[in-house]
Design a protein around this ligand. Sequence first.
Ligand code: HEC
Length: 166
Amino acid sequence: MNQFNKTVVLILAIAFIPFPALAESSVEDLSAEVRTLLKKEMAALEKGMKLIIPAVISGNMQDIEKIAGQMKNSYILKQQMSKHQMHELHQKLPHGFLKQDGEFHRLAGMLEHVAKEKNTELVGFYYSKLVESCVSCHSDYATHRFPKLDSHQPESSHETESSHEH
Ligand code: HEC
């Protein structure tokens, strides 16, 4: 390799190596244990969101209140995470993530509250706000898991999209 090529390779290396790392969500920097707990929490959230539907359509406000309360309290993260792991979560995740997490917990608390008040209309409203907050955080921090939410890199969704769709 001549000097020019070496320089080009070096520039390319400097220019492009850091970018995939930057583009990747920072949850991928978490330790395996913390990340497992985060995924467990996410699975619990999805289960909760699914369970709210039969409760809504049967007017079971008590169940909605209970499920929303559990979501508000992040029961898995709080119950199973050590202080040290909690610290890691707060240290490694960007401020925007924690902000969206805070907003999500606020909305879950609102859903719990309006279910307690038996306000069906607002239950529907806060349920949809919660769905929006899942999508919003995933669009910013979980596109490695949900590539179709990646608005900045439409080509990456083509790569991962299964061919039987559309
Ligand atoms: C504050 C950010 C944030 C919010 C709010 C959020 N998520 Fe997530 N979610 C993530 C991240 C980050 C991942 C990817 C985790 C990983 O790859 O380690 C994820 C992954 C998931 C997964 C896949 C888990 C797996 O095993 O790969 C599911 C399911 C999920 N979320 C459901 C939900 C639901 C349902 C909601 C709303 C009720 C929600 N999430 C709200 C950040 C969030």
